[in-house]
Design a protein around this ligand. Sequence first.
Ligand SMILES: NC(=O)c1ccc[n+]([C@@H]2O[C@H](COP(=O)([O-])OP(=O)(O)OC[C@H]3O[C@@H](n4cnc5c(N)ncnc54)[C@H](O)[C@@H]3O)[C@@H](O)[C@H]2O)c1
Length: 351
Amino acid sequence: MALFEHIEYDNHEQIVFCHDKVTGLKAIIAVHDTTMGPSLGGTRMWNYASSEEALTDVLRLSRGMTYKSALAGLPLGGGKAVIIGDAKKDKSEALFKAYGRFVNSLGGKYITAEDVNIRTADIGIVATETPFVAGTDGKAGDPSPHTALGSYLGLKAAAKHAFGSEDLKGLKISVQGVGAVGFDFAKYLADEGAQLIVCDVNQESVDRAVNELGATAVSVDDIYDADVDIYAPCALGATINDATLKRIKAKVIAGSANNQLATPAHDKIVKDMGILYAPDYVINAGGVIHVCSEAANFTLEDTSARIKNIYNTLDKIFTRAKDEDRPTGEIADEMAREILAKKLAEKKAAL
Ligand SMILES: NC(=O)c1ccc[n+]([C@@H]2O[C@H](COP(=O)([O-])OP(=O)(O)OC[C@H]3O[C@@H](n4cnc5c(N)ncnc54)[C@H](O)[C@@H]3O)[C@@H](O)[C@H]2O)c1
């Protein structure tokens, strides 16, 4: 397996392969970049088919965290970790304690939090072995309301660019997934007079959106055919793909879901279709801002100002993408790299 030559290596600072002989823990911690500060990113537990697949995933995700935190203006770098295993069968207190000792061995270069298949209770066990954790129970708490607020503000920035006004009154918006983030997000839209079309695999969540927000429900498959101005993916990743793009009628895609594009190539494909795409890691940064507020002791005002700034960041991305006739995701990545390069130059000058 290639390491320095790995296609996703992208100059990672440190990659730690963790193996605990007693518990059988196998994990990879990837620290992509600490130019802006200690790397922060969640730990994912997944039954990867191979260690190659796990490595590719963690490298891609940790770089994503570097870009996300840089564009959110946070004093954080990017990192991520994966535990290789079946979350239904392989979790144990001893395993998370062993993992916590590996996180601790990095001395704060990597701060962990929850991610797919990891609960705050699991992170609570990790926290018994290391202080380098964020998002534990009883501290900053659930990031979803802040993710919803940031995503709503980001959607308004997209509406301004696509339709000439950020006023959502009368706009038709489909919200795919009305869970922790999606419901609060949809409530902001409904409060502003948007017409909502929602779907969810959970019927209770659908009923709540229909009853409390006056939304119209459609099936999880029909959401792609909805005749709407804006499509807001707030559930799964990879919903922007060749098949769905044949059906999506919206002129804007702006929602909270992670990894919305099925492949990097879909960034240009949506642009060429005349759809304005709000890059996922920019619009959904409210969550990492929330978690950072715990790690960096932000005041409530500071946290709130950073979340509101998601609007301004997207505004800049959309303006530059239009001026340069380039895809929005490409511009976002470039802007993140510019922030990192500037900080690195400052650090070199200070030597
Ligand atoms: N929670 C956060 O602070 C945060 C931060 C950044 C990004 N995100 C991303 O936002 C998205 C939503 O996160 P969440 O915390 O609200 O999760 P959640 O699990 O609370 O909500 C997801 C909702 O989507 C529904 N769903 C699942 N499959 C579906 C399908 N095929 N079609 C329609 N609905 C479906 C679920 O039933 C659930 O109601 C995820 O992609 C997550 O990675 C969340």
